[in-house]
Write a protein that binds this ligand. Structure first.
Ligand SMILES: Cc1cc2nc3c(=O)[nH]c(=O)nc-3n(C[C@H](O)[C@H](O)[C@H](O)COP(=O)(O)O)c2cc1C
Length: 325
């Protein structure tokens, strides 16, 4: 399948693996790229720019295909050394960066000067337009369904994607809630040029996370996510667990007085313990509603080729058949 996204990033299939904290290591990024999609290493999971340089080198050893690095500009307790992370990206000969969180405007000249293509992930049309204006090559439009940070507007993809199509001139991918070929077709019909998946890629053979995490995604339904941190405008969609429930209880009790410090134990530094050690209850961790569509743990190659096969069959057989006289 050829779309503006496959052409822009020189990939076979219009399927992107979004950056994921303590999931987006070289093993997963390389597996996605080797299967014809576009894998991303999560920059800030690497504790230092030097570690990121080593992770990029490891990924180059695992694939000859294009892969990228995600750089997340979230409200952090202390700002990471972004300039040095970007140096590591440039020196690692990375040509694609997925930015997310705050606007990447400050860093655009440095990245564009190094010939990097930037895809910015955002949750609203106005932020997508801003990304386009500052020179991003593409946008990843993250609907309310998504795992991680859906923003504060709560617009699901059925409305957000056609709104993005009305306004944007750069190509965009649909992100949030996606796991199947039928959803790829729907995204294309709504104006996107591809899809970005997070949660679905965690439940794959190559995702370098504890089996407890993968099993939890297979077992959870679409009803099993919760929105935390709404009151402090840092909403995160997470898997329902005891830590998420503790946070929600504190949010209810403290109301507007809630501060990030009140939930620090449940949200800070928990990802390594969840993803690597498999301690699912230690804190709140991102998970999308799409967990309700996850019933197996395939290899990345089987997942991606299955999505493409199903999408092409739906277009050629079901949809084409509907309009034939
Ligand atoms: C466990 C997990 C960790 C994530 N970490 C990040 C991150 O560090 N940076 C980022 O830009 N997005 C992050 N995301 C969001 C994903 O890149 C992607 O946009 C989102 O998962 C798409 O929604 P889906 O999970 O419904 O596919 C994370 C998502 C999950 C599930």
């Amino acid at each position: 399948m050829k779309t503006q996204i496959t052409e822009l990033f020189n990939i076979e299939h219009p399927i992107i693996q979004g950056g994921m904290h303590y999931v987006g290591f070289a093993e997963l990024a390389a597996a996605v790229s080797n299967a014809g999609g576009l894998g991303f290493i999560t920059g800030l999971t690497q504790q230092t720019p030097k570690n990121l340089a080593e992770e990029i080198a490891r990924c180059h050893d695992m694939t000859d295909r294009p892969f990228g690095v995600n750089l997340t500009f979230l409200p952090a307790f202390t700002d990471p050394p972004y300039a040095e992370y970007i140096d590591a990206i440039i020196e690692g000969n990375i040509k694609i960066v997925e930015t997310a969180g705050r606007s990447p405007e400050t860093w655009m000249p440095k990245m564009k000067g190094a010939g990097i293509k930037v895809i910015h992930k955002c949750t609203s049309v106005r932020h997508a337009l801003k990304a386009q204006k500052i020179g991003c090559d593409a946008v990843s439009v993250d609907g309310f369904e998504c795992g991680g940070h859906p923003g504060e507007d709560d617009i699901p993809n059925m409305v957000l994607l056609p709104r993005a199509a009305q306004e944007l001139s750069v190509p965009f991918v649909a992100s949030g809630g996606i796991a199947t070929g039928s959803q790829l077709v729907a995204a294309l019909a709504l104006g996107a040029d591809g899809i970005n998946m997070g949660t679905r890629f965690i439940a794959t053979e190559e995702a370098p996370v504890h089996d407890n995490v993968k099993d939890a995604l297979v077992n959870a339904s679409e009803l099993d996510t919760r929105l935390i941190m709404r009151g402090i405008r840092n909403t995160e969609r997470v898997l329902a667990n005891s830590a998420a429930q503790r946070i929600l209880n504190k949010e209810k009790t403290l109301g507007d007085a809630l501060k990030i410090e009140d939930i620090f134990d449940e949200v800070a530094g928990v990802y390594a313990k969840v993803m690597i050690d498999g301690d699912l209850e230690v804190g709140a961790w991102s998970c999308g509603m799409v967990t309700g569509l996850i019933d197996d743990i395939p290899s990345v190659e089987v997942l991606i080729s299955g999505i493409m096969r199903d999408a092409e069959a739906i277009i050629e057989e079901r949809l084409a058949g509907l309009v034939k006289s």
